[in-house]
Write a protein that binds this ligand. Sequence first.
Ligand SMILES: O=C(O)[C@H]1O[C@H](OP(=O)(O)OP(=O)(O)OC[C@H]2O[C@@H](n3ccc(=O)[nH]c3=O)[C@H](O)[C@@H]2O)[C@H](O)[C@@H](O)[C@H]1O
Length: 344
Amino acid sequence: MRILITGTAGFVGFHLANRLLDDGHEVVGFDAMTPYYDVRLKAARHAILARRPGFRALTGRVEDMDALRHAADLADPEMVVHLAAQAGVRYSIDHPQTYADSNLIGSFNIVELARGLKLRHLMLASTSSVYGANTALPFAESDKADLPLTFYAATKKAMEEMSHAYAHLFSIPTTCFRFFTVYGPWGRPDMALFRFVEAIEDGRPIEVYGEGRMRRDFTYVGDLVEAIARLADCPPSIGRPVQVEGVADTLSPVAPWRVVNIAGGKPVELIDFVSAIERCLGKRAVRRMLPMQPGDAAVTFADHRLLEALTGYAPKTQVEDGVAAFVEWYREHWARTTPAPVPA
Ligand SMILES: O=C(O)[C@H]1O[C@H](OP(=O)(O)OP(=O)(O)OC[C@H]2O[C@@H](n3ccc(=O)[nH]c3=O)[C@H](O)[C@@H]2O)[C@H](O)[C@@H](O)[C@H]1O
């Protein structure tokens, strides 16, 4: 299949592109290389993809419709996977404009682009953050999700809603998947795992928010891309819901559209995550215990029965194993081969 993926220099886009190339698909990757975090990491990911037959990279922002149209002309895609976004829960508090630009305008451009393409499937990355102030656990996709705690979450929910309208009006088979704190090799430097490992290796204290009592349904990136690759083969079709024991399919009655959680399935307390990191590194962290940060969710925990019913797959990697894979990558690859930053 010919596939256009936005955000291929990003953490998830890099892994997904590799996975889909392994399966023999052709991939055009579209990425703006934004400097939200160390661009050398993005460049290194793209350099690996560039060596693979079947991959072509284009640089551009999702806010730039002309650049997107150019990418679509080149790719002639049968499927679009939209992963490019301004991510990060806590960063959104002081930088809402970048979220409005990338996540609202960018996602609008993607559905508008899809309107003119004959796609088998449009897949869009959403987030567990849309469950916001919900307290009923686990989070089921059919639960109302109308109480976002951050503007980041609000922009992702808006993307889900925009895509529903477009799916309805223009018959675009659309799946929105909600990620739950994805981690693993080549991960994002702004996220807990990278920050903790980097600090412990450098002998600096780590900052543990919420006194370490928050829980996250951490999802290993290898499991995530397996789930997305399987979901790619399950485009929604109106009137053809899947039967799921105990949970409702989110298939829209008026559009070929659904939303699906992708999560590890076993929430882990942050302090236990820190202990797993310490065991893998063979070092103790100096822990600075801090209060919860504004906008953070106390718990994320996904109902993953819909994913299982659709794909026959459930994520399986234990946190200890996933953290070990990250630590091996960090020590053997990133810390060893990355040059010191150029002074400003
Ligand atoms: O699934 C999501 O909806 C989101 O997942 C991710 O957000 P989070 O769950 O916040 O992941 P992450 O940063 O790994 O922090 C994990 C925990 O460590 C705590 N945390 C974090 C950093 C730190 O230095 N100290 C700390 O205690 C922190 O307070 C938190 O309790 C994505 O960034 C986001 O884009 C979105 O997709």
